[in-house]
Design a protein around this ligand. Structure first.
Ligand code: G6P
Length: 610
């Protein structure tokens, strides 16, 4: 997903911009570019591929300057080419723009107000510098236009007018020749402002600037910002506004690999800590405080999400319905958004589950739920993200920064939030409640035991030789089998399908051969015998079966080829050890196949387009 960065200050800007772009590589991108204002000259450079290619192809001189912008692009309009890479410039090469988002009406702008302009790229973004150019010309007298110097007010007003033409989403940074600062604006795309000592950093993401400053201003929807090295001005709806700084406590080490070969492995190993941190945030002396008392009145809950978060939500449905006996409906956000949904918002609390808080489909779903009159809650891992601004209330999972594209610790903390929610909403007797709380409090330790005791690498070596697999489970572990399959396919590129164990016989049986291993979650729950029956049916079709089963379950060994042993928990909490085991299985299988684990092909950590 596109990343934008900008710098205004007293230091050389280019090294800062390049480092910031490296820090947000995890967002996923296919091309990149920078632009430095060197003594009034606009010096741009772009490349297809990695930031390292950009760095090595940069000329040794000519890029000195104290103001710069940079961009990593994940292609949406136009192929990943140098021409389509950002920054984009107006026809005179004097106004440069980097953009994250999508301008929906760019074609009609090209054919309308910009019909005389010549465009170089296929991008939607390129209309923005051209628009700013015509707006600037409209505002300046011929003397001002040729003076070579522009002030903040002139540039801000031109950008503001240009933005009024745009429909869609954007976070933009604008550099203008003759103006010693940057203008930035956001609408439905994230943008933060890092505050330093006589310097400012603009970025789509906090980790981009965290090595420079931990003083962060989370810009609000439709903020327009002007930064010069000594001043910052923020406007919203035509008037100046003040935005508070947040002090970010994540350290740079938090965002680095900490000795692990990949971020993903580090993040799986952080799952026990992430669970503990999330529990600590909401559990004091056996009582749950989510700060959301209004949800007690909900007659039902609607969960909307995408990707891994959708599987967490599906697991959440089983958990909440089991513990709280409240009906939960779950929808894939991209489907919900365009469905003829029947909903009485006064009775339903809608929850958006999104680790990044920026997934476009999920944000649209949140708006749609609000439109029905629902009270809304964001469950997210990212402080100040767009979902938190849109929703009435937020529950933060406390997984810490997650860099690997494949969600791991953020997923497991989402599950923890659902246990907390289910228990918070439950009306069970105090003694049963206390038993559940005690079990929940064991989860960090249970997750740690999976990491310490399970020898997953032998199973990974075995699995890595196959091209097709199935993951099956039932009940609360059906979503975990879907998550196990998703994780495996994302990072190892093995075709993996998650299925309800009882469903395999209704079609997929036709695919079962000795070359399609099946990973079966065989937790000792109320339907253990039925799931075991499904496994026997699978075995009879010749597929090798690896079970994920609890320690002490001797019976399972009679029916399967191998067993991944996980610590015993009550059945409702078994998704926690099972998830850790499946995350490890995906990681080690991908490692066995030599895959680029942290940045799987074609995927992005945060998908901010619909
Ligand atoms: C992308 C990521 C997935 C993630 C999904 C939803 O596709 O690659 O890992 O599950 O977005 O992201 P969210 O931030 O809303 O949880």
């Amino acid at each position: 997903m596109c990343g934008i960065v900008g710098y205004v200050g007293e230091r050389e800007a280019l090294p800062i911009i390049l480092k910031a772009l490296k820090r947000i590589e995890y967002r996923g991108y296919d091309s990149c570019g920078v632009l430095v204002q060197n003594q009034g000259e606009m010096m741009g450079h772009k490349e297809v591929g990695a930031i390292d290619c950009l760095v090595s192809s940069l000329p040794e001189s000519g890029y000195e300057g104290k103001i710069a912008i940079g961009h990593s692009r994940w292609a949406t309009h136009g192929a990943p080419t140098v021409t389509n890479a950002h920054p984009h410039l107006d026809c005179n090469g004097e106004i440069a723009v980097v953009h994250n988002g999508i301008i929906e009406n760019y074609q009609s702008i090209k054919e309308g107000v910009l019909c005389d302009c010549i465009f170089k790229s296929e991008t939607d973004t390129e209309v923005i510098p051209h628009l700013i150019n015509i707006c600037l010309k409209r505002k300046l007298s011929p003397t001002e236009l040729h003076s070579g110097e522009l002030n903040a007010l002139q540039v801000k007003e031109a950008v503001k007018e240009a933005l009024s033409y745009l429909r869609g989403s954007y976070a933009i940074l604008v550099a203008v020749k003759g103006f010693d600062g940057l203008v930035a604006a956001r609408k439905e795309s994230p943008l933060i402002l890092g505050v330093g000592d006589r310097e400012f950093f603009l970025a789509s993401d906090v980790p981009a600037v965290l090595d420079q400053t931990n003083r962060i201003i989370f810009l609000e929807e439709e903020d327009l910002v002007v930064v010069e090295k000594d001043s910052i001005y923020i406007e919203n709806g035509g008037s100046e506004v003040k935005r508070e700084e947040s002090l970010i406590e994540w350290t740079i080490e938090d965002a680095e690999k900490g000795g692990y070969e990949h971020f993903m492995l580090k993040e799986i190993h952080e799952e026990p800590k992430a669970i503990r941190d999330t529990l600590m945030g909401y559990l004091t002396e056996g009582r749950i405080n989510l700060g959301l008392d209004f949800i007690v009145d909900a007659e039902s809950i609607l969960l909307v999400a995408c990707g891994t978060s959708y599987y967490a939500a599906l697991c959440g449905k089983y958990i909440i319905e089991n513990l709280a006996k409240i009906p939960v409906r779950i929808e894939v956000a991209s489907e919900f958004n365009y469905s003829d949904f029947v909903l009485d918002g006064s009775k339903v609390v809608a929850m958006a589950i999104t680790q990044s808080g920026e997934t476009a489909d999920t944000l649209t779903a949140l708006k749609k739920a609000k439109g029905y009159g629902c009270k809304t809650v964001a469950i997210t891992n990212v402080l100040g993200s767009s979902a938190t601004r849109l929703a009435d209330e937020t529950i933060y999972s406390r997984a810490g920064p997650e860099i690997g594209v494949a969600a791991t610790k953020s997923f497991i903390t989402q599950l923890i939030i659902f246990y907390l929610l289910g228990l918070f909403l439950s009306k069970m007797p105090a003694s049963v409640f206390a038993e559940h709380i005690n079990e929940l409090k064991r989860m960090p330790q249970i997750a740690q035991r999976v990491l310490d005791e399970v020898n997953i690498q032998k199973h990974a070596r075995y699995l890595s030789k196959y091209e097709h697999t199935f993951f099956v489970g039932r009940g609360v572990n059906l979503p975990i089998s879907l998550e196990g399959a998703l994780k495996l396919k994302e990072i190892s590129y093995i075709h993996a399908e998650g299925y309800a164990a009882g469903e395999l016989k209704h079609g997929p049986f036709a695919l079962l051969t000795e070359d399609t291993p099946v990973i079966a979650i065989l937790t000792r729950d109320d339907i253990y015998e039925k799931t075991l029956g499904n496994v026997k049916e699978i075995k009879a079709r010749g597929s090798p079966v690896i079970a994920i089963a609890e320690e002490g379950d001797e019976e399972v060994e009679k029916y399967v080829d191998d067993v991944i042993r996980v610590p015993r928990t009550s059945a409702l909490f078994s998704p926690i050890p099972n998830t850790v085991a499946l995350h490890l299985l995906a990681y080690w299988t991908a490692k066995e196949r030599g895959c680029e684990i942290d940045k799987p092909r074609n995927l992005a950590k945060s998908v901010t387009v619909e």
